[in-house]
Ligand binder design. Structure first.
Ligand code: ACO
Length: 388
């Protein structure tokens, strides 16, 4: 039997379509979020992201993802209290973070911390994922990152305050000072924008692990690993590197031309699903205009315009637009975060979506176990090592 790529199929299974990178394959049903790529629309539980951005707090969005409805005042207060009470890390987890080299990358520290929680807090995180665990993990992400951020500067962790919301607590634990509203507000909007995004690679990873009956910390540890890659969540620090390397508006064209001639991908552009502008990019552009310095915003804007024009010239058949990562760089820098904390900050938001997806998967679970197309040889005869 000859497969679509000309290879000989030697499986006893029927030959099925095999889109590269699973493009267009429906891997699960979800009521959590939906990306309408042609329209440039993102929906959380029925709400267009424009309905929520700047109006709903991160905790309201997390509640919505976990429970399917927006919370009442009482329900929101209850969630804020639970998150506040759950923020502190077990001492052993702090010890694990302190044992990491200061040269470790924050995403690796976050992955290690999430994994350590599963091993150390076995009572809090048993084998059956539930909403309390989802809240606890979401509450602890800022502390894991902040503990590592301070460890690499030789500083002690800061004890979180129960009364802080997630954005405030993250900045407070990082910098050890009461956060200013001009910093935590944009961070909070950023967190609401990134909380979920359909069947992206890290969410798929979390659901695959959950489908085996594994525990929540394992699912989320795997998802962190998937998010780290530059083709997924690892792009925003590279956007910052690009903008810093470009340096001035006069240098934009020459720098982008060189990069494209080398065959490099321009970070912050393109998306598997969006065939129109990512709505989060549009909102973040507006936030960057307010939060970043005018010089940095102008450099970002000029780079975006020229990159889009050049990508269009070179790939007229492929519609490439600005993605969420491009203006994330300007917003997160303005909030005071260094580039290598951008992707972990993304994870601090996305953990709400990942955990909601794990709970959804568990509510109607069947092991996710696809097929592979075998393209290797068959029927070889063993040759003893002396004769090879
Ligand atoms: N710069 C230059 N060329 C690009 C870019 C880019 N940013 N994005 C896509 N292309 C080109 C590819 O080289 C390819 O050209 P070819 O057909 O001549 O080989 C064509 O457009 C199609 O690209 P694919 O890789 O097939 O698109 P895919 O859907 O697999 O990839 C992705 C999407 C990974 C996001 C891609 O656009 C990319 O690498 N962008 C840069 C990294 C980035 O910004 N990542 C963050 C994504 S957002 C998120 O995950 C949160």
């Amino acid at each position: 039997m000859t497969g679509s790529n000309g290879s000989t199929a030697v499986s006893d299974q029927p030959v099925l379509p095999k889109p590269e990178g699973l493009e267009g394959v429906v891997a699960a049903s979800t009521a959590l979020s939906h990306v309408l790529g042609e329209q440039g629309k993102l929906v959380y539980r029925g709400y267009d992201i424009h309905e929520l951005a700047g109006k709903a707090s991160f905790e309201e969005v997390a509640y919505l993802l976990w429970n399917g409805v927006l919370p009442t005042h009482t329900e929101l207060d209850g969630l804020l209290r639970s998150l506040g009470e759950q923020r502190s890390l077990p001492d052993h987890v702090i010890d694990v973070i302190r044992s990491l080299p200061v040269s470790a990358r924050p995403m690796d520290a976050l992955r290690t911390g999430a994994s350590a929680l599963g091993a150390i807090d076995a009572e809090g995180f048993d084998d059956l994922p539930d909403l309390d665990e989802a809240i606890a993990l979401t509450a602890k992400f800022p502390g894991i990152l902040a503990a590592f951020f301070r460890h690499r500067q030789g500083l002690e962790p800061v004890r979180p305050k129960v009364e802080h919301n997630t954005a405030q607590s993250y900045l407070y634990q990082l910098f050890g000072q009461e956060p200013e509203e001009r910093h935590w507000r944009p961070l909070e909007v950023y967190l609401t924008l990134l909380a979920d995004h359909g069947m992206n690679a890290s969410t798929f990873t979390a659901r695959v692990i959950a489908s085996t009956g594994s525990d929540l910390c394992s699912s989320i540890t795997g998802a962190i690993g998937a998010l780290k890659g530059p083709l997924h969540g690892g792009a925003p620090s590279k956007v910052l590197d690009m903008l810093e390397a470009i340096g001035t508006a006069e240098n934009v064209d020459a720098w982008l031309t060189d990069a494209l001639n080398r065959g490099d991908r321009l970070m912050g552009f393109g998306h598997r699903v969006y065939k129109a502008e990512d709505p989060r990019a549009e909102i973040l552009r507006g936030m960057a205009r307010e939060a970043a310095t005018p010089e940095f915003f102008e450099l970002s804007r000029r780079t975006e315009e020229r990159a889009l024009a050049m990508l269009h010239e070179r790939k007229p058949d492929r519609r490439l637009y600005t993605n969420v990562e491009f203006y994330s760089a300007a917003v997160l820098s303005a909030v005071g975060l260094p580039g290598d904390m951008f992707t972990p900050t993304f994870a601090t938001s996305r953990v709400a979506g990942w955990t909601a997806h794990v709970l959804e998967q568990m509510a109607n679970n069947r092991l996710i176990r696809p097929q592979s197309e075998f393209i290797g040889p068959m029927d070889k005869t063993f040759v003893a090592i002396e004769s090879r």
